[in-house]
Each structure stands twice: as C-alpha cells, then as structure tokens.
Write a protein that binds this ligand. Structure first.
Ligand SMILES: [Zn+2]
Length: 496
C-alpha cells in the first residue's frame, strides 16, 4: 500500500527535528517531485517518532491526524477490504466447526483456550490505563497546558530527559558492535551454555557484510554455524529477524545454520559501529532466537528450534534480553570504544530507573491493538459491522482500553499484522503472552543466581533444545515447576 505522508513548505515548520531527519525529509520530498519542500513519511504504528521532537503543536497535530486516519476515507480507503477479510475468516471458521476465527487460531497456539487469552488481556487493561492516567497527569504538569494526543510523545521525551537524565546519544560510544557481540552476546551464551564462537573467515557468506561463526559445544564438538548480517543495505528489507537456513535434525543428521539480520547503518570505513539502545536490545533479542535454533536437539526437523507456535516463539528471545543490563555482562562489554572506560555505574542505574517511564502508554496502546484484533475475529458472518470506525470505538470502550490520548498502536486502516496476510490475525496478543513466560523465567534465573552454567544447562535441556517436540507449555512447567502466573509481568510493567 502507498503510505500517507505530511508535506510541509518550510524548514521552520520542522523546528526541533534533528538535522539528519530534516535532510531526510527534504530528500523524501524531492524524490516525489516536491523539490524545496519537506515530506514527513509515516512509519507503521500510530505513534510517529517525529512527534517526540517537533516543537510546533499544529504540525504535531497534523502529523498525528495523518497517521491515525490512514486507510480510512480518501483514495486509499481499505476499510471495505478489512470488512470482507473479516467476513471470509468468519466463514472459514464456521466451515471448520469453530464459533469464530479467534477460536480457530487460538486452538493451534500454546494458549489453546481463547478464554485464557481474553482473561489475561482483561486483567491487564485496567492496570495499564491507570498507569497511563498517572503518566498523563505528569505530562500535563510538564506541558503547563491541556494535553492532547499529539503532545504525548513530545512531553514524554522531555520528562525522560529531565527526570532520568538519560541521553541516548551519549551512550552510543559504550555500545560498539564488535565488543557487544564478543564480550556481551557471545560472552553471556558461553557463561550459560558452555558454547564458544569461532569466526570462520574461510567460509563466505552470501554478501561481503555477512560474517560466519562456527559454534562449538562445551566438549569442542561442532554444534552449527551462526551468520551475522548486521548492516542495512538497499536490497534488504527493514526490521530485524532470525532465519534458520538449515534446521537441526537427528533423523537427517543435520546441524543448524542460523542467521541474524539487523539494519544498522554502516559507518564510514575505519569508523566503529556504535549502537543505539534499541539496536543493542535487538542484537540480544535476535540472538535469543538464534540460540533457540542452535541448541535444538530433536529428531524431526519440523519440530526444530523456533518451529513452535507463534505465541511461544518470542519467549526465548525476550528472555535473552535480560542479560543486556545484567551487571556481569554489562561490565564485560559496555566500554568506551576509544578510551576503554567502563560505562559509569550511575548511568547504568539511570537506565534501570527510567525503564518504567512510558510503560503505561506502551501497554495501553499495545492492548488497544491486541483487543481490536480479537474484536474483529470473534464476529460471526452476520455480525460484520457497516460502520468500521464506530465498531472500533465501541470495541475499545467495551474492553476498557479506550483512552482519549492514546490511540491503539494500529487501527483497522493500517493494521498490517492482521489484515495483510493472516500472520498475526487473532494473534497480536502473542507478544504479551510470550512476555508472561519471559517475566516468569527472568524471575527464575534471578532467584537461582543468574548467569550460571547450571541455570543455562537447565534452560537449554528443558526448553531451548526441545523446540516443538513436546508441548511448549510442558517445557515451561518442567523449567519453572508450575504454570505461568501473571504477577511477574505486572510487576515488570509497574502495573501491580
Ligand atoms: Zn523476535
């Protein structure tokens, strides 16, 4: 789909935006024949990054409105398509003997039971909204005027700077890619699982930027290959992901070959690659998927590694993020690339302290999208609404996540996860479902002494090695000793 965008006449209207972003907006306008003007293109979710920086309130309002009205009305209206997609899915579910499409989808997930999903989301919603209201009060105070939805990100960034003194740019020299990989990501994996990484410059990747490591087990036997393709380039799709090129299989005697892809801007030759906080998090996250593939130990390749239900697959990768700020790991990799100085402890503390700021907003906009997704997929064929926007509003209110200042992360007109293919249809809840297991597991590691070989071995044997060869929730129970509870996640999100 062609995306909507906001076209502006003067650079003055972009006041507050970093110079690089202004240059990109000029370039984007030139590319579509508006030389001398500025085009703010929209990214997928409702919340646009530029909203945090633009000083002009009216420009913020126009950008916000362009974002949340995408796909509804005008020449790019897709609401009719959404309606017919929902109707066809309801029809399919009925043909297969299910009450609705959500029941059909959840039946094949680890959650199994649709009520379990609904009750989790319903418990989270009021707590998230309460938190968002508290954040809104703090933002109104910082703004000194009535807050509108397009003011949120701007004042949230201001509060983060003033109250937590976290300056993202100043952190980057401490997060140099090579050191992050060797002394952070690989170091944590060696400490936990006993595996080691040996770069194989004699093996060629599919592109000069692709690096290849042989992964060896504790007894030095070969475990598989890990490929890292970290830099962005024109022919690469955006985002970050893990792929399995060869699945592990006892039956076929194959060892895993897995790859991590990111889209980090490549620095000029000879310059270090300094990661943003977000890129740092993504590097650990994607490596969690890679470990799931590398440590797989199953007979049949169809059950190998990450071939688990969608609402389980993010769980091991989310767990791997816990090592980013783990003191032994952080101290090992977070050093200034030029001076070798360790990241000052008070900066690391501030990073920890600021973690909860914005969770009210984040959880509320996420739940809005997850509940909107379910609202569309619990309908039967006769219930497809004529008035889509009215249906959205009613569904969000009924689920308790309607918030005047916080639109859902995606609305029907641009909810690609669920309408552009069935990838996440009735499954957008998966992210937080996995996070329940993740929060429990972080607690388990922490209670048992954290970064130890014993803990790693148990996580590997009971969970990572099993893939989908047994019920993933049974693997979780074998690790934790009981079913997952919601409390650790509530605590993590500050929603107790
Ligand atoms: Zn992931």
């Amino acid at each position: 789909m062609k995306s909507s965008a906001l076209l502006l006449d003067t650079a003055a209207e972009l006041a507050g935006l970093p110079a690089d972003d202004v240059a990109s907006a000029a370039e984007a306008a030139r590319a579509v024949g508006h030389d001398g003007k500025f085009l703010l293109t929209l990214i997928q979710p409702s919340n646009q990054p530029a909203l945090a920086a633009l000083e002009n309130r009216d420009i913020r309002r126009r950008l916000f409105e362009a974002s949340i009205s995408r796909g509804s009305g005008g020449s790019l209206d897709v609401l009719e398509l959404a309606r017919s997609t929902a109707r066809l899915r309801a029809e399919k579910a009925a043909l297969l003997g299910f009450a609705n499409y959500a029941e059909l989808v959840v039946d094949r997930q680890t959650a199994r039971d649709f009520d379990a999903v609904q009750s989790m989301l319903t418990r989270l919603a009021p707590a998230a909204v309460r938190n968002a209201d508290a954040e809104a009060a703090a933002l109104t105070e910082a703004a000194g005027h009535r807050l509108e939805a397009w003011d949120w990100a701007f004042y949230s960034a201001k509060v983060r700077r003033e109250k937590y003194a976290v300056d993202e740019q100043a952190l980057r020299p401490y997060f140099e890619l090579e050191r992050v990989l060797r002394d952070g990501v690989f170091f944590a994996a060696t400490s936990l699982y006993g595996i080691t990484f040996h770069e194989r410059k004699d093996l060629a990747g599919y592109h000069p930027d692709v690096r290849v490591w042989e992964v060896r087990d504790q007894d030095s036997s070969g475990l598989g290959l890990f490929l890292g393709d970290y830099y962005t380039r024109e022919s690469k799709r955006g985002g970050a992901w893990m792929n399995s090129l060869v699945d592990q299989s006892g039956l076929l005697g194959t060892r895993p070959v897995v790859i991590n892809n990111l889209n980090i801007s490549k620095p000029p030759a000879g310059e270090p690659t300094l990661l943003t906080l977000d890129e740092l998090r993504t590097t650990f996250h994607e490596f969690g998927h890679a470990l799931h593939g590398l440590l797989s130990n199953v007979t049949y390749p169809r059950f190998a590694g990450t071939a688990v239900p969608r609402d389980f697959v993010e769980y091991p990768s989310q767990v791997n993020e816990m090592w980013i700020l783990w003191p032994e790991v952080l101290a090992n990799y977070a050093r200034h690339h030029a001076t070798g100085e360790p990241l000052p402890q008070q900066v690391a503390d501030k990073l920890n302290d600021s973690r909860l700021w914005g969770e009210g907003f984040g959880t509320t906009e996420y739940l809005g999208a997850a509940l909107l997704d379910l609202a569309w997929h619990v309908l039967d064929e006769t219930e497809i609404p004529d008035d889509v926007l009215g249906f959205e509003a009613k569904s969000l209110a009924a689920a308790g996540v309607a918030h005047a200042l916080i639109p859902p992360r995606y609305r029907t007109g641009y909810f690609q996860h669920i309408f552009a293919g069935a990838g996440y249809a009735a499954g957008y809840y998966s992210y937080i479902w996995s996070e329940v297991l993740d929060a429990e597991t972080v607690d388990w590691f922490t209670e048992n002494g954290g970064l130890t070989r014993d803990n790693g071995e148990r996580f590997r044997q009971e969970l990572l090695s099993r893939g989908n060869s047994r019920d993933p929730l049974e693997s979780f129970r074998a690790l934790r000793g009981r079913d997952a509870r919601l409390e650790p996640l509530l605590k993590r999100l500050g929603l107790e």
